[in-house]
Design a protein around this ligand. Structure first.
Ligand code: SF4
Ligand code: SF4
Length: 417
């Protein structure tokens, strides 16, 4: 989330609309606050992994001021559905992001999520935060290749066993015994690669619609029998961050939540963080007033299009789609698909390519008029029971380096957190 967009985001993520769960009550948040404080203190005692850049220096290098950072922390606290009193802790957690090791693997993908992670026409705070995470392995971003890359990954998995967050980008082809996708000199199948990488992970984060639900590789007739990560990995906490591509702000949010609390965020029935996917596009759309007034774009380029009318009749699937891109937008908050006149294609929903990615309205959408502006969650739409949330994960401190940054190898483990 960019500093520029902080005001609009704050407006949308007020204590009321950000759905801080008031049912949990003061006692719950007091206890959470104390445990987060303790975790921050423990993290602070650890050396940064991999000699990552210093956060404060990075902020200054980009010409940003501390008050910009604090504004960002305030908006991010609201985005994470935490009370405003948590803002200083969120700021501390951002500075300490370099204490948690991350391994990123790519399977059947286009690397679009890695691209989203990298975009930088003028680094803002989200990007700086992503810069300082301890990315121990990322085959596209690192210099090493071939046997050397395999060695680095093996070393990272071994060294940070039970401690790292595994980010997975891309679908998992299961057809032909998994041989539609292989990796490395040994020809390891993607599915075996995933099993091996997930085994030692503290939690698995599926990034983008292909990793979450199979995405485009799994579109009909799905010749490679592709599936998402959650269909393959069992017995590990899994967090899905769908969309095509996943929004970097949501990646930051998941890692920050983990750094701050040591737990994964509360999830919906599709294992998506509620802080990001508890919002329906249609309920936060700037064209919603036109929908309610019956003012539609009837065909591309007509008067309705010129007047930014609702895109439902030309196929917008915002009413069926849960994502916060209508609030935080893309490209540092510059704009989003509907903002530039293109209907939502439901990219954060399962099977979106087959179900939603066409330019006709859903025949049986049964859309109702607004009933007071309260967003429905996917679960309120009756798609399933809530998944157990806030799974605690012990992640252990470590302070040695892999992925070509061996200087830190001599450092000793700094404790358990
Ligand atoms: S149908 Fe699409 S364009 Fe129209 S209000 Fe809903 S989300 Fe916005
Ligand atoms: S507007 Fe719809 S299709 Fe576009 S990024 Fe958001 S959820 Fe995906």
């Amino acid at each position: 989330m960019s500093v520029d967009k902080e005001e609009s985001v704050k407006k949308l993520f007020t204590a009321e609309s950000a759905k801080v769960d008031t049912n949990k009550g003061d006692a719950y948040y007091n206890e959470l606050y104390i445990s987060c404080q303790k975790r921050i203190e423990d993290l602070r005692k650890l050396a940064p992994l991999n000699n990552r850049p210093d956060f404060t220096e990075s902020i200054e290098d980009q010409g940003l001021e501390r008050r910009d950072f604090l504004k960002w922390a305030s908006a991010t606290t609201a985005m994470l559905m935490l009370p405003a009193s948590f803002t200083p802790l969120v700021a501390d957690a951002a500075v300490l992001m370099n204490r948690v090791p991350v391994i990123w693997v790519e399977l059947s993908d286009c690397a679009g999520n890695s691209e989203a992670l990298l975009r930088s026409d003028g680094p803002k705070i989200d990007e700086i935060v992503l810069d300082i995470i301890s990315l121990e392995f990322h085959e596209t971003l690192q210099a090493a290749s071939g046997h050397q890359a395999e060695k680095q990954m093996n070393e990272a998995m071994e060294h940070f066993k039970g401690k790292y967050l595994l980010f997975v980008e891309g679908a998992v082809p299961l057809g032909m015994n998994g041989n539609y996708g292989t990796i490395g000199a040994t020809g390891e199948t993607f599915v075996d690669h995933l099993h091996r990488a997930a085994e030692g992970a503290a939690a698995v984060v599926a990034v983008g619609s292909c990793a979450t639900y199979g995405g485009i590789p799994a579109a009909a007739p799905n010749p490679t029998d592709s599936v998402g990560v959650m269909d393959v990995v069992k017995g590990k906490p899994i967090i899905n961050i769908p969309a095509c591509p996943a929004n970097p702000s949501n990646m930051v949010g998941v890692i920050l939540h983990f750094v701050l609390t040591g737990t994964i965020p509360e999830l919906d029935s599709l294992l998506r963080p509620k802080f990001a996917f508890g919002y329906r596009i249609h309920d936060n759309c700037e064209r919603r007033a036109h929908f309610d007034a019956g003012e539609y774009v009837e065909e591309w380029g007509d008067e309705g299009a010129k007047n930014n009318f609702c895109l439902y009749k030309v196929g917008c699937k915002g009413p069926m789609t849960f994502n916060n891109c209508s609030i935080i937008r893309y490209n540092e908050g510059v704009n989003w698909p509907i903002g530039v006149g293109r209907g939502c294609i439901g990219c954060s929903e399962p099977d979106f390519w087959d179900k939603y990615a066409y330019e006709r309205p859903m025949a049986n959408a049964n859309i109702k008029a607004p009933t007071g502006g309260v967003e429905k969650t996917v679960d309120e739409f009756g798609l399933g029971l809530l998944t157990a949330a806030g799974v605690g994960i012990a992640i252990h401190a470590a302070a040695s380096a892999v992925a070509g940054k061996k200087e830190a190898d001599e450092k000793e483990d700094g404790g358990e957190y």
